[in-house]
Design a protein around this ligand. Structure first.
Ligand SMILES: Cc1cc2nc3c(=O)[nH]c(=O)nc-3n(C[C@H](O)[C@H](O)[C@H](O)COP(=O)(O)OP(=O)(O)OC[C@H]3O[C@@H](n4cnc5c(N)ncnc54)[C@H](O)[C@@H]3O)c2cc1C
Length: 375
């Protein structure tokens, strides 16, 4: 059994930011990462992906993105940034070490791993909100003769050229993968079940999340009301495109439905031009024909499920539903923040962007641990 003051579980953005902040505070820690390198998730994302949040807004504590990079760094830029981050700040988690359980023992914690056990006063869980992919089940799904994959398996559109591809979902991945398919000579369509909010990624050349900062002092409802006219002017009427506008504004949607609105990078224009078709929810599948709830039907060659992810906390940690719900709030408003020496980083879906929030949480956690560690 190894004894250490703090254990950090996860060696990607949140784990690295947590390590950097603890280091600055002089707190002893060991990071545990189940894969063999840092930033593992970003190495597998699709090729076309660029951050939807600006580099200024997405940098982790103590290191900016390189000045020469575009405003919205590419997937590879993010991998390189996180690689450099760990090297420059001298952070090296223990790799190939999966945490199997985290249990309270006395005033501290026992973390069991595939590679030995650890005893610590504090544990920071940084295993990500996007750990397991969610794939829905549709009636007749097994009769579909083409490829059905989750969006996390999508790399690029090359192998889909000439194919009719249905992308299920209307998140940022769904909408960018539809663009990518169109660029690669496929015929993409989106199946959109829910009501949506669409924001331009930039307005007047300024990232929309940065503009949103000015209204962040107001409640989500009030901020949405203030922003509504300008968003409508920028995006236009989406109801004419077969999309249903959410009754909530973007901020309220994040708060109430835990869904990030679309930060549009060209999907809406391609829908308007007829290059991306829009359908409703899937009712059933029969052979290669997909029947939609809105009464339409269409044959497809492939289906990409951009239907989201789940965290994997339940696989190694047992916390009450109340504490789990608490994680859906900003850490400064959580009732369980740091309770029992257990901290989380990267589980609050923030309207300011996840990477930005990860930096804030990592710093807040480290300050709290430093305060408690003194006594
Ligand atoms: C496609 C996509 C695009 C995104 N784009 C943006 C964006 O533009 N801007 C933005 O701000 N955010 C974005 N995000 C959201 C978020 O910033 C990223 O998901 C970010 O990588 C989260 O970092 P993380 O460290 O919390 O989680 P992850 O990157 O998922 O890392 C978690 C780490 O924990 C490890 N781990 C998990 N379980 C265990 C275990 N039991 N034991 C040991 N290790 C474990 C994993 O191997 C992994 O390395 C995006 C997310 C996705 C999926």
């Amino acid at each position: 059994m190894t004894t250490v003051q703090t254990i950090i579980i996860g060696g990607s953005a949140a784990g690295l930011a947590s390590a950097a902040c603890l280091k600055k505070m002089g707190i002893e820690f060991i990071g545990l990462e189940k894969s063999s390198r840092v930033a593992n998730s970003w190495r597998y994302h699709y090729d076309r992906l660029h951050l939807h949040t600006s580099k200024k807004w997405s940098a982790l504590p103590f290191k900016a993105f390189d000045q020469t990079l575009p405003k919205y760094p590419s997937r590879q830029n993010v991998v390189d940034y996180l690689d450099d981050y760990s090297k420059e700040l001298n952070i090296s988690p223990v790799f190939n070490t999966e945490v199997l359980s985290v249990k309270k023992e006395g005033s501290g914690w026992i973390t069991e791993t595939s590679n030995g056990d650890y005893k610590s006063n504090f544990v920071i869980v940084a295993t990500g909100l996007n750990n397991k992919s969610t794939v829905p089940e549709w009636k007749g799904m097994n009769s579909f003769r083409g490829l059905i994959i989750h969006s996390s398996w999508y790399k690029n559109g090359k192998s889909f050229a000439g194919q009719r591809v249905l992308v299920v979902g209307f998140g940022n991945s769904a909408c960018e993968q539809a663009i990518c398919l169109h660029e690669n000579g496929a015929f993409p369509a989106l199946s959109v079940r829910s009501t949506v909010n669409v924001l331009p990624r930039d307005l007047f050349g300024i990232p929309i999340l940065q503009l949103g900062k000015f209204t962040s002092l107001f409640s989500p409802q009030v901020a949405d009301k203030i922003n509504a006219p300008i968003i409508k002017m920028a995006v236009g009427d989406i109801s004419k495109l077969g999309l249903k506008k959410s009754a909530y504004g973007p901020r309220e949607q994040i708060e109430k439905q835990k869904r990030i609105p679309l930060l549009d990078i060209g999907t809406i224009e391609l829908i308007r031009e007829g290059h991306i078709k829009v359908y409703g929810d899937i009712k059933r599948i029969e052979g290669n024909t997909v029947y939609f709830e809105d009464g339409k039907q269409q044959a497809f060659d492939a289906i990409i499920c951009a239907t989201g992810y789940q965290h994997n906390l339940g696989s190694f940690l047992s916390i009450s539903d109340e504490r789990m719900n608490d994680l859906g709030k900003e850490s400064s408003k959580q009732s369980y923040f740091g309770a029992d020496g257990l901290y989380f980083c990267g589980f609050y879906l923030s309207p300011k962007g996840m990477l930005h929030e990860i930096g804030t949480e990592a710093s807040r956690n480290a300050k709290d641990i430093a305060k408690k560690a003194k006594y």
